[in-house]
Design a protein around this ligand. Structure first.
Ligand code: FE2
Ligand code: FE2
Length: 331
């Protein structure tokens, strides 16, 4: 049983009924309209996964219906197939120019119709998965923005870090899946700071032992926050270990060298770099060159030498500098 809903728009009653029956037998849910106007009324309450429409119809023709559908934000990518008796090539051309997904000339065979519909629906479901991932990333970025808004990290920190981390992953030839996990790790790395009380997080002076303890818990808290989300299961360790150091002097677990997850080793470098060059009231501000020298100096102490080598390549290509030159001109 297919779950997709198909809207069939056709003014010829017997033809419309025939098509609806065929699609119904294939297990699709079918809604039907006799012309464009009726179709638009139906679309007030239904969002079909595919639209199959005749071209020549009274009231409103298929081309006009197409334009109305595409103007709706929620339906810009719904597959739209024209079904028509017209064999005039000019009509096909208009349909193509409009961007219709297919143009089937009547009489269409059952096999032809079903094959085209199946392939369009498959493609559409892939597109929707991609859109969902995009929406997911946007929600996470908004969530991470809450950390910046609270003053827990400097404005722009997450965007800078994410961009640098992705350059390094590219230099290291990571695959797409690992890069995605790293992206989410960079966006969410300091999410645990949401649980650190304001008096500690925003304290201008030096922190006492207890306060430091709270701050040092943020990677653990952050990793716990995302651990239960299946899509982020591989991101959780990246968050937990982003303050570990190559020589084992970091926190929370004092891991060293290759026992630290690769994503966390990348974040350690770009997190420190951005912290060094970002304006903060109570910390010395480094120039980009000074911060770069500092990263090189601490290779093998705090940072994975392989990640530092990738950072060097990105630096030599001007990628790192480019990130900051863009942000200087931003408001
Ligand atoms: Fe952190
Ligand atoms: Fe950070």
């Amino acid at each position: 049983m297919n779950n997709e809903t198909i809207l069939v728009v056709e003014d010829n009653d017997s033809l419309r009924e025939g098509i609806c029956e065929m699609l119904g037998l294939e297990g699709y849910r079918v809604i039907e309209a006799a012309d464009g106007k009726e179709a638009i009324a139906l679309l007030q309450h239904h969002t079909p996964e595919l639209i199959l429409s005749d071209v020549m119809m009274p009231e409103m023709d298929g081309f006009d219906l197409y334009s109305v559908v595409r103007a709706r934000r929620d339906m810009v990518s719904v597959p739209f197939i024209f079904l028509t008796a017209r064999t005039d090539p000019a009509d096909h051309l208009i349909g193509r120019q409009l961007g219709a997904d297919d143009y089937l000339a009547k009489p269409v065979t059952r096999d032809e119709l079903i094959t085209v519909i199946r392939s369009r629906l498959n493609r559409y479901s892939q597109v929707r998965i991609a859109q969902l991932q995009q929406a997911y990333q946007t929600s996470l970025t908004i969530l991470a923005g809450a950390i910046e808004a609270r003053g827990a990290v400097v404005q722009g920190h997450i965007a800078h870090m994410t961009e640098m981390a992705l350059w390094l992953a590219e230099e290291l030839r990571w695959n797409e899946r690992a890069i995605n996990q790293l992206r989410f790790g960079a966006i969410l790395h300091d999410i645990g700071k949401l649980h650190v009380p304001d008096e500690t997080l925003l304290k201008p002076g030096p922190l006492n032992e207890v306060e430091w303890g709270l701050i040092r818990q943020h990677p653990v808290v952050g990793a716990e926050m995302v651990r239960g989300i299946p899509f982020l299961s591989e991101t959780s360790p990246i968050i937990r270990y982003h303050h570990e150091a190559w020589d084992g002097s970091g926190y929370p677990d004092g891991l060293s060298e290759l026992t630290i997850p690769a994503g966390a080793r990348i974040l350690a470098v770009v997190d420190s770099f951005d912290a060094m060059v970002s304006e903060r009231v109570y910390a010395p501000l480094f120039t980009l060159e000074e911060a770069y020298e500092e990263i090189l100096r601490l290779s093998r102490a705090r940072y994975d030498p392989e990640v530092v080598a990738a950072f060097t390549k990105a630096w030599q290509r001007g990628k790192i500098q480019q990130i900051y030159s863009q942000s200087v001109s931003a408001p």
